[in-house]
Design a protein around this ligand. Structure first.
Ligand SMILES: CC(C)(COP(=O)(O)OP(=O)(O)OC[C@H]1O[C@@H](n2cnc3c(N)ncnc32)[C@H](O)[C@@H]1OP(=O)(O)O)[C@@H](O)C(=O)NCCC(=O)NCCS
Length: 212
């Protein structure tokens, strides 16, 4: 990565939607529509969506196809920002329910999914969430390993949860306010921030229009 480029963790904006939808379609058999993201960003006060972006991707660093996309405004994201991954949770009754998380396929395996997950857990901790929960396909080995690394435990199985192939989901949960967990989480956060160089403009950011 060039010296001029920075990796930034920040709240998702409407301009990010085209790139986010592209990653979503590459990552899930059933993807969210652009309108679904727009609703979550602009109208759902319970929703917290986050992106990991590479900024400072100036014309010199861009491939000809990306320069063409920018010229035609197909990318949508501001000023040459490239979305690497995204995630989101809904916050209600002191529960943060992680609704989605994905890293662009060519960026996987570099600690970036962990930054997104840890970033959401850290934000949930700031909101004093008593529970962080999620569903995951029982066959999704990489995601399961990531969640287990963050001490998510299998609370139960939701039979035939996924409509595309009838696959079961694990209902996974963690109680982040627990003192032992906070110690473990802080050590993981320290390790991932040492491994991945990024600017955190999300976990403690004030997001004025959010009800929580
Ligand atoms: C799940 C996902 C977000 C992980 O992102 P990533 O950037 O590749 O993951 P990271 O490099 O941050 O890895 C973090 C941890 O996840 C686990 N992990 C990641 N890839 C793995 C793999 N291929 N096999 C096993 N474990 C893996 C490991 O525990 C790893 O920790 P380690 O680096 O200490 O070994 C990514 O695979 C993805 O986008 N998958 C498609 C979308 C998806 O399935 N989302 C989850 C929906 S529930």
């Amino acid at each position: 990565m060039s010296q001029l480029q920075t990796t930034l963790l920040r709240p998702m904006r409407r301009e990010d939607i085209p790139q986010v939808v592209a990653i979503d379609q590459q990552s899930f058999p059933m993807s969210w529509s652009a309108n679904a993201y727009l609703y979550e960003i602009e109208h759902n006060p319970l929703s917290s969506l986050v992106v990991l972006v590479r900024t400072g991707t100036g014309p010199a660093q861009l491939s000809w196809i990306d320069r063409l996309r920018q010229a035609l405004k197909l990318n949508g994201a501001p000023g040459g920002e490239e979305i690497i991954g995204y995630g989101g949770f809904w916050f209600t009754r002191r529960e943060a329910h992680i609704s989605t998380i994905a890293v662009r396929p060519d960026w996987r395996g570099q600690g970036l999914g962990e930054v997104l997950l840890a970033g959401m857990v850290r934000r949930a901790l700031g909101l004093e969430a008593e529970l962080v929960s999620l569903e995951v396909r029982v066959s999704n080995t990489p995601a399961l390993a990531l969640y287990r690394k963050y001490a998510f435990a299998e609370f139960g199985v939701k039979r035939a949860y996924y409509r595309d192939n009838g696959e079961d989901a694990y209902d996974m949960r963690v109680q982040p306010l627990d003192a032992i967990y906070r110690g473990r989480f802080n050590a993981l956060w320290e390790a991932v921030t040492a491994r991945v160089s990024f600017v955190d403009a999300y976990t403690e950011a004030a997001i004025p229009h959010r009800a929580f």
